[in-house]
Design a protein around this ligand. Structure first.
Ligand code: ATP
Length: 303
């Protein structure tokens, strides 16, 4: 089994004429862990539902390829494709009146790559009582059950749409550990949709950042991190060095200034910074995300 690749071509979805996704061109490489990042209302859930075949595109299309599908196929109303996709949503799509074990039986009958061993192991680790009805579980345990279903499905495209946010910190850490362990054993394409960037940043290989239904940037995490830098030193020297760069944030303390920039800090510029006694430091993914999706953000498309 290997993961599915995902392509969207000029993908648009509208609600009452208002675009939730607006002309998205994306490529999610197979067998990677992708972060789908964006502020509230940016279109993450709409994209997750459209990739999973739950929602039809109003314009453009979604194509899935690779794995045992081979040729690119659209997920909408294609039962073969959708059986290879597992979308776990925060709202939970679980039948509330059923006991947990029936939910698991149903999942195992629908999921071609289902691992009963992994499901059993995770149920124990998350301490989910299998005889209880889903509606009797706490919010955190319901979320954990979603995580168990998502991981044990071993679907070639598995999307967690903020589904783990109802869990407490130790449970979320358990999820991150289990995800990494099982992903290294059975590589597949995973998408984690979230606005809690700092918590998942260590897991991610690639990120897609959305804002108002549009693509802000898509990039490997390391490359994106490499495009941000903080420059600290005397005000005049920092201002001179950063004058031609995209400034994301500035902070002054007396005669010292810290400026966060986004863009390529080439070798001559780095040498100039060093000779001026300026410090160049890294910028975290969370900080870049905040800046790139803030109201004054410079968008990739504007450059
Ligand atoms: N069923 C719907 N009917 C009408 N508008 C909708 C519907 N679903 C989403 N929208 C709108 O589409 C836009 C994108 O919403 P979406 O839920 O995809 O964003 P999101 O990034 O997942 O947000 P959040 O982080 O808050 O869950 C928002 O403006 C939202 O109000």
């Amino acid at each position: 089994m290997s993961g599915l690749g995902v392509t969207t071509e000029n993908l648009s979805v509208r609600f009452g004429g208002v675009p939730a996704l607006d002309g998205l061109d994306l490529r999610l490489a197979p067998d990677k862990i992708h972060g789908l990042l964006g502020r509230n209302g940016s279109g993450k859930s709409t994209l997750a539902a459209t990739l999973s075949g739950f929602r039809r595109a109003d314009a453009g299309r979604v194509l899935l390829d690779g794995g045992d599908l081979g040729e690119p196929r659209e997920p909408y109303e294609d039962a073969v494709v959708t059986s290879r996709i597992c979308l776990i949503r925060e709202s939970g799509d679980l039948v509330a009146s059923e006991p947990v074990r029936h939910v698991l039986d149903l999942a195992s009958s629908l999921r071609p790559y289902w691992s009963a061993d992994l499901a059993g192991e995770l149920l124990d680790r998350f301490e989910i009582p299998v005889r209880k009805k889903v509606q009797k579980l706490s919010r955190g345990k319901k979320s954990a059950l979603g995580v168990v279903l998502g991981l044990a499905s071993r679907a070639p495209l598995t999307i967690f749409d903020e589904s783990y946010l109802g869990m407490d910190v130790p449970s979320r850490n358990l999820f991150y550990d289990a995800l990494l362990a099982d992903y290294s054993e059975v590589p597949r394409t995973i998408v984690l949709s979230t606005h809690l960037v700092s918590e998942v940043s260590a897991l991610l290989e690639e990120v897609v950042i959305l804002d108002n239904g549009k693509l802000v940037t898509q990039s490997p995490v390391d490359a994106l991190r490499g495009r941000g830098a903080s420059i600290v030193g005397p005000v005049a020297a920092v201002d001179e060095l950063t004058s031609g760069l995209t400034v994301l944030a500035e902070q002054r303390l007396g005669g010292t200034k810290s400026t966060t920039v986004f863009g390529d800090l080439d070798d001559p510029l780095q040498a100039k910074a060093r000779s001026a006694g300026l410090e160049i430091g890294p910028v975290g993914l969370q900080e870049l995300f905040v800046h790139l999706t803030g109201s004054t953000a410079a968008k990739e498309s504007d450059r």
